[in-house]
Design a protein around this ligand. Structure first.
Ligand SMILES: C[S@@+](CC[C@H](N)C(=O)[O-])C[C@H]1O[C@@H](n2cnc3c(N)ncnc32)[C@H](O)[C@@H]1O
Length: 338
């Protein structure tokens, strides 16, 4: 039997739970933060549970924290002492590794310490154990969720926890002159899907305006054709590798196999989007990658996603479907042309 803390984007926990219940039919569940964070208990042991989750990763599950200890919150320095003891006890799992400490809290948790204070105390204990405390790219993460009355504590690799960010909340630095917040979606897709955007030659961006995705692709060195009836940000005119077509994506035509990357962020009816993308397939070379956001328009997102994937399956192999932290009422697909 194992316990886990599961996190989804706010409002999407029910879908993550539905996906998990398909993997673990008898699972017990308790909500910890409305629509976002919940606890589950499953009959499977850790390795078996992880294997099941990784073999069919739930689209809406953003973060997965093992629960190895539950410490009652006393609201005093005893809490930090108890956390320190957990870390000392697990020292063999840390020695010689880089280790991050992630603390999250539900609203109104009585745990009195900030993430920075908790990390400072546990980093000192980690150094005693021969581990190297870190923030970036840790090998192991000590995840702590401060609940209403207990601290849920678990240790795992970033792969096991599905992210190396606390709760899977990926943060990117805003840049001066950033064209759109949408750029973060493609940046996050690049990380999450382990893509090397710079390795592509030429991209077609449909639904490109105001141009955040196009900008990132240009920064990565690609030649880009951006299609959108709306105007792109004027700063993009500085890139000679950019071609802009102020048209509907249904009205454009290209050379056969011109592109090896298609990106599409149209916020449009999913089935209409599928038709547009499928019509543009001849412009893609075999093995081309596609990054596509799918708007979740109505109350049945899992069904919408199944329908979209089934339609695209005519021409593409799905690599991964995920609701990214920067996706709002949508998910992101990573596909490869057959
Ligand atoms: C969410 S915005 C895209 C944001 C963009 N990815 C960025 O990084 O700035 C959606 C865009 O899709 C465009 N769009 C919607 N339907 C379209 C169509 N049929 N053909 C081309 N563009 C379309 C809209 O004009 C809008 O500019």
């Amino acid at each position: 039997m194992t316990e886990w803390i599961c996190t989804a984007n706010r409002g999407f926990a029910a879908y993550a739970a539905e996906e998990l219940r398909r993997l673990f039919p008898g699972m017990k569940m308790m909500q910890l933060a409305a629509g976002e964070i919940f606890w589950i208990e499953v009959a499977e042991e850790r390795e078996e549970a992880l294997e099941r989750i990784h073999s069919k990763e739930p689209i809406f599950l953003r973060h997965l924290q093992p629960v190895e200890r539950k410490l009652p919150i006393r609201g005093s320095a005893d809490d930090l002492q108890a956390l320190g003891d957990v870390v000392r006890h697990a020292r063999l799992r840390f020695a010689g590794h880089t280790v991050a400490v992630h603390l999250r809290r539900v609203d109104h948790s009585p745990f009195p310490y900030s993430a920075a204070d908790t990390k400072a105390v546990l980093d000192a204990v980690l150094m005693e154990t021969g581990a190297e405390p870190t923030v970036k790219s840790p090998e192991q993460i000590i995840s702590i969720l401060a609940g209403k009355d207990v601290l849920y504590v678990g240790i795992g690799t970033p792969e096991e926890q599905l992210s190396d960010w606390p709760g899977g909340a990926v943060r990117f630095q805003r840049e001066d002159g950033q064209i759109s917040r949408a750029k973060f979606k493609l940046l996050e897709a690049e990380q999450t899907f382990h893509l090397d955007l710079a390795s592509y030659r030429e991209a077609l961006d449909i639904g490109a305006a105001p141009g955040g995705w196009t900008h990132l692709l240009l920064e990565r060195g690609l030649k880009v054709t951006a299609v959108d009836p709306a105007e792109l940000h004027p700063s993009l005119a500085a890139y000679p590798r950019l071609t802009v077509l102020n048209k509907n994506a249904a009205d454009v035509q290209f050379k056969q196999g011109q592109f090896n990357l298609l990106v599409c962020d149209m916020s449009w009816s999913p089935l209409q989007m599928c038709k547009l993308v499928l019509d543009l397939v001849p412009a893609l070379e075999a093995g081309a990658a596609a990054i596509i956001t799918v708007k979740l328009m109505h109350k049945k997102p899992l069904q919408t996603i199944r329908d979209v994937i089934a339609k695209l399956d005519a021409e593409f192999t799905l690599q991964k479907a995920k609701q990214l932290f920067h996706n709002r009422e949508e998910i992101t697909l990573y596909l490869m042309k057959k």
